[in-house]
Design a protein around this ligand. Structure first.
Ligand code: NAP
Length: 251
C-alpha cells in the first residue's frame, strides 16, 4: 500500500523510522522545504508545496496514494486544511498524527491568546525583556510592540527580518535542557516568554524554567482542527496504516 506522510516534525520522523523497510507499506515523506538544512527521514522524500488542494489531490491520484498521514506541525494550518480537503475530494483515508498540547501546571503563569497579533498586544504590560520562541515566520508581528528588547530563537533566521529596534537572534534547533534554559533566561534578564502551544518534549524545558523563575508565558493556542481523526504517537499511526493495508498487527 502506498502512503504519504506530510512531515516536518519529530512525529513524522518517528513514523518514518517505523516504516523504514516495512513489508507492505511503501511510504513517502513530504517536506515543505522551509528549513535550510532539514533532518531527512529514512524514506523517499519529496520537497516543496503541491500547489493547493487541487495540486495535492492530483499528486495523490497520480502517485496511487491510498492513505495520508498528516504529521505536520499543529500550527501548520494551511497544509492540514489542504490535506483534509484533498482527501475528502479523492476519498483517500486521512489521519492526523500530532503531539498533545502542553497544559499549565501548578506555579505556571500562562496568558492564553488565540493568535500572534493577540500575543503582541498581551506583551504591553509584561516587562521589557521578551523571549520569542515562536519559530521564524511570524516574528514581524511584534513590530506592533516595538518598545521591548527581544531575544528571538529559531532554527533559521526570520523571514522577513523584523524591524525591531532592539533584538538579538539565536539560531538553534534544540532539544533544549532545563539548565540551558534557566541560564538563558538569567543571562538575558527575560521578563516574559512568548510560545506557541506546540507540545512535545524537545522545547518543553523553557516552560519548566519559566515556572521556576515565576516568569509569565504568553501562550498562543492552537488553530482549530479540521474534524479529522487524530492520534498522538507514531505507533498508533503505524497501526492505522497497517489496518488499512490489511497487514497483521505487530504485537
Ligand atoms: N508552523 C510551525 O510553527 C511549524 C513548526 C515546525 C515545523 N513546521 C513544519 O514546517 C512546514 C511548513 O509549515 P507552515 O506552517 O509554513 O505550513 P502551512 O502554513 O500550513 O502551509 C503553507 C504551504 O506550504 C506547503 N506545505 C506545508 N507543509 C508541507 C509539507 N509537509 N509538504 C509539502 N508542502 C507543504 C503547502 O503549499 P502548497 O499549497 O503549495 O501545497 C502549504 O499550503 C510543515 O512541514 C510543518 O510541519 C511548522
Amino acid at each position: 500500500m502506498k502512503a504519504l506522510i506530510l512531515g516536518g516534525t519529530t512525529e513524522a520522523a518517528a513514523l518514518a523510522r517505523l516504516l523504514n523497510g516495512h513489508a507492505v507499506i511503501e511510504a513517502t515523506v513530504s517536506l515543505a522545504g522551509r528549513t535550510k538544512q532539514p533532518v531527512l527521514p529514512p524514506l523517499p522524500t519529496r520537497i516543496g508545496g503541491f500547489g493547493g488542494v487541487d495540486g495535492l489531490a492530483a499528486h495523490l491520484v497520480e502517485n496511487g496514494i491510498q492513505a495520508v498521514v498528516d504529521a505536520t506541525h499543529p500550527f501548520a494550518d494551511q497544509i492540514s486544511a489542504n490535506a483534509a480537503a484533498a482527501c475528502r475530494k479523492t476519498g483517500i483515508p486521512l489521519l492526523v498524527l500530532t503531539r498533545k498540547p502542553w497544559l499549565p501546571g501548578e506555579g505556571d503563569r500562562w496568558i492564553g491568546v488565540p493568535d500572534m497579533d493577540a500575543a503582541a498586544e498581551a506583551l504591553r504590560p509584561l516587562g521589557e525583556h521578551v523571549f520569542l520562541t515562536i519559530g521564524r515566520q511570524e516574528v514581524a508581528v511584534f513590530e506592533a510592540t516595538p518598545d521591548k528588547t527581544y531575544l528571538i530563537r529559531a532554527v533559521d533566521p526570520p523571514e522577513p527580518m523584523p524591524n525591531l529596534p532592539r533584538h538579538m537572534l539565536i539560531l538553534d534547533r534544540g532539544p533544549f535542557t532545563l539548565d540551558g534554559e534557566l541560564a538563558l533566561l538569567a543571562e538575558h534578564r527575560i521578563d516574559v516568554i512568548v510560545s506557541k502551544n506546540s507540545g512535545g518534549t524537545a522545547t518543553e524545558a523553557k516552560l519548566e524554567a519559566a515556572r521556576r523563575r515565576s516568569i509569565p508565558v504568553v501562550m498562543v493556542e492552537r488553530p482549530p482542527g479540521n474534524g479529522v481523526a487524530e492520534v498522538h504517537d507514531a505507533g498508533s499511526a503505524l497501526r492505522w496504516l497497517e489496518g488499512l493495508a490489511g497487514h497483521a498487527r505487530t504485537p
